[in-house]
Design a protein around this ligand. Structure first.
Ligand code: FAD
Ligand code: UDP
Length: 400
């Protein structure tokens, strides 16, 4: 497929039935669906110099396939999402495993049966495990905050250990707040697992890595005669919003607009900046075959980074004598600093601010915010894909 850099001098928005801002999952899924179902001519505008949004991967200088914006592991419970994405890639059978480094001992996360034995020793560990099974049943997920509410000395012993050794320090590093202070849905992403499944996404029926990588998946998704992709284009340079219309290159645009960036940026943050956490990612290539036993090791009681990812362990790529690892350092996002807004900070005040921005675009009937940034959500790739599939259903229904 052809990826253009910048817009041609004679760029004519009205030659397109739809303009998509952002070439990540949200934008690419909508572009593909509208192009192939109702024959829309689609222009995708992306301000970075590449497609695939935060899922972008590339070969580094050592020839190792790395994820530029943090480790991305595909997993979903949704058959619809999986069927759709599987049109554009084969999948490896990679099952993501994470270990927590707790004072030098590596324990499975989510904290499970094996972690209990490592933390408490065989005998006490089995006793405590039996109590968990008796209380919650087997092969179930129990969020740490829910476990802490239980009024039982054995369960409290487990909860205190896991809270202190798995969640507290990691969450402080990641969010600058304790697990009790942040939205409960965040720590519930990594519940305790009462069972032996030691995968990071226990029970998810579809998981793996795109066989040729994420960027290749996006190349296939955007490779359609009706889709033109323009990178190095910031939509804000050619967009102007009024109360009821969106102008593109100075003229009211009559087609559909899919917007996948942050909403506050469209208004120069005039109601205040939507808060995010960002990450500094430090990549290192080492002269060895393998650095750590699994894809990701979380440093839950030590270090100032949160986790180390070793990409070859996830992709299965063979690069003898070399491996690339990456450490993530989290801090508050400063708008206008060139940082990337990675994580929306879920909190009622922030949601209210987001809703105020949303209200301002709600009367522009052809303007559709969608995706992790534009919806201000903590979405995984599959959730963004699902949201974009639903939105594209609605638009298709109006134009079929
Ligand atoms: P993005 O991928 O952010 O794409 C939006 C695009 O819009 C960007 O490329 C941006 O440059 C562009 N854009 C914004 N504004 C403008 C503008 N004005 N003009 C032009 N272009 C613009 N999900 C998983 O399922 N599994 C994982 O393991 C996983 N790991 C993650 C790890 C990290 C560190 C992070 C941050 C996220 C992770 N995710 C993971 C989530 C995943 O990255 C997102 O769900 C997904 O990439 C969001 O897609 P999107 O299209 O909504 O947004
Ligand atoms: N978390 C933690 N310790 C861990 C793993 C996760 O405290 O070992 C908490 C932390 O608050 C984190 C959240 O659970 O931000 C969600 O973790 P996840 O791995 O889903 O985060 P992501 O991969 O999206 O950064």
């Amino acid at each position: 497929m052809q990826i253009n850099s910048g817009l041609p001098e004679d760029f004519n928005p009205s030659a397109y039935d739809m303009i998509v801002v952002g070439a990540g999952y949200a934008g690419a899924v909508c572009a593909r669906r509208l192009a192939e179902t109702v024959g829309f001519r689609v222009a995708v505008l992306e301000r970075r110099n590449h497609i695939a949004g935060n899922a972008y991967d590339y070969l580094d200088e050592a020839g190792v396939l790395v994820h530029m914006y943090g480790p991305h592991i595909y997993h979903t419970f949704s058959e619809r999402v999986h069927t759709f994405l599987s049109r554009f890639t084969e999948w490896t059978d990679y099952q993501h495993k994470v270990l927590a480094n707790v004072h030098g001992t590596l324990m499975p996360v989510p904290f499970n049966h094996k972690s209990l034995l490592l933390a408490f020793g065989e005998e006490r560990g089995e006793e405590l495990y039996a109590k968990l099974v008796e209380t919650f049943g087997k092969d179930v997920k129990v969020p740490i905050l829910q476990l802490r509410e239980k009024n039982d000395p054995d369960l409290a012993e487990i909860a205190d250990y896991v809270y202190e050794n798995v969640f507290l320090h990691y969450t402080m590093k990641q969010w600058g707040q304790t697990p009790d202070e942040i939205d409960p849905s965040v720590t519930a992403r990594v519940p305790i697992f009462v069972g032996d499944d030691d995968r990071y996404f226990p029970q998810a029926p579809y998981q793996g890595m795109p066989a040729e990588g994420y960027t290749a998946l996006f190349e296939n998704m955007l490779d359609h005669d009706c889709i033109d992709v323009f990178c190095d284009v910031d939509a804000r340079d050619i967009f102007e919003l009024t109360d009821t219309t969106v102008k593109v290159c100075g003229n009211v645009y009559g087609g559909e607009v899919i917007y996948t960036g942050p909403l506050d940026e469209l208004f120069d943050l005039d109601l205040g900046a939507l808060p995010y956490r960002t990450l500094d990612m430090k990549f290192e290539t080492l002269d060895m075959d393998q650095f750590q036993p699994v894809g990701t090791v979380n440093y839950t009681v030590s270090e100032d980074f949160t986790r180390i990812t070793e990409f070859k362990n996830m992709t299965g790529q063979e690069v003898p004598g070399k491996t690339t690892i990456m450490k993530e350092y989290s801090h508050a996002y400063e708008p206008g600093s060139g940082q990337t807004p990675y994580y929306a900070i879920l909190d009622p005040d922030n949601r209210k601010l987001y809703e105020s921005y949303l209200e301002r675009v709600s009367h522009i009937t052809n303007f559709h915010p969608v995706g992790r940034l534009a919806e201000y959500r903590y979405y995984d790739m599959d959730a963004v894909t699902a949201s974009a599939l639903n939105l594209s259903d609605e638009i298709i229904a109006c134009h079929a």
